[in-house]
Design a binder for this molecule. Sequence first.
Ligand SMILES: NC(=O)C1=CN([C@@H]2O[C@H](COP(=O)(O)OP(=O)(O)OC[C@H]3O[C@@H](n4cnc5c(N)ncnc54)[C@H](O)[C@@H]3O)[C@@H](O)[C@H]2O)C=CC1
Ligand SMILES: O=C(O)C(=O)[C@H](O)COP(=O)(O)O
Length: 331
Amino acid sequence: MKIVADSAIPFLRDVLEPFAEVRYLPGADISAADVRDADALVIRTRTRCGAALLEGSRVRMIATATIGFDHIDTAWCAAHGIEVSTAAGCNARGVLQWVGAVLADLSRRQGWQPAQRTLGIVGVGHVGSLVRRYAEAWGFRVLCCDPPREERERCGFLPLGEVAREADLITFHTPLDATTHHLADAALLARTKPRAVIINSSRGEVVDGEALKASGREWVLDVWEHEPHIDRELLGKALLATPHIAGYSEQGKANATALSVAALARRFGLPLAGWYPPQAAASSPRPIAWQELCDTVRGIYDIGAESRRLKAHPEDFEALRDGYAYRREYF
Ligand SMILES: NC(=O)C1=CN([C@@H]2O[C@H](COP(=O)(O)OP(=O)(O)OC[C@H]3O[C@@H](n4cnc5c(N)ncnc54)[C@H](O)[C@@H]3O)[C@@H](O)[C@H]2O)C=CC1
Ligand SMILES: O=C(O)C(=O)[C@H](O)COP(=O)(O)O
């Protein structure tokens, strides 16, 4: 059995080797020639999987060690008998902590307390639900928008336009697909409060960058259109800017690798069910009070320093990700 794996997936080395020939390559460089005789791929967001990569190969399974899967043409894979597994929810708590760092930083710089702010959450799945729970406990008035869930569950979520009109801060946590591409467009941005802050850690294409620049609003971005070639004006004017690392917690990465290994174990009958990276520290989820968050978050994760680094060296976007010191999940 042959597996091609992204060389930047942590904790994976030596786990599959007893059962397969494993070739590690940088995700963005994996080519059709590399995968032609592979049975399975273990990838991240940097490998675009569709006909151009897979046509004529013997790949039967793709495990992506990420939550998002917009880099995979799932319809093409289904039509060609290729199973796709994702690491649903793996790094949701990492993204929560990125959002927490953003909110704590903005509150300090802009001089507000949660009780004075309405937070809009667009997309209330693994990430958005965690953000909702913590933000409500911190004292924000929280408004949620998730039409697919509202349709299924009738849970009292609001239409996007209403959230846009009411919120001081709007954070996006939807997948990228045909329905969410440029969900935040010029028309939506025009409906937001003049001093609204747009926060995006979903996918760059969920927010129309050109419209954002023209909107007069403020923004915090972790994800960008055309990564790693990001818009310098969007970067320069961002309140905070990070290089697509919101989910880069040590535990999030360990979860992602474990879920990918579990998917391969199930599909190919490998005796690896229940495997988890032994060297990864355990996550310690707990409630955290707003004041404790504000007092401690910079010691764990100084998002301001990270933003200044990216602004000074945008050409290092991919290098900053590749060399990232994964953050500890501490709540
Ligand atoms: N920046 C980063 O490092 C990371 C980014 N992500 C991104 O965040 C996204 C969300 O992650 P999860 O919460 O785990 O996904 P999820 O699938 O658990 O939740 C997504 C939610 O968005 C909702 N949704 C779909 N279309 C919508 C629309 N038009 N308007 C409002 N809501 C809509 C869905 O109903 C679902 O409840 C991922 O798809 C991924 O692209 C995820 C992890 C890390
Ligand atoms: O999980 C996702 O979805 C993400 O966006 C990741 O956190 C980024 O994943 P990498 O492709 O950089 O591993």
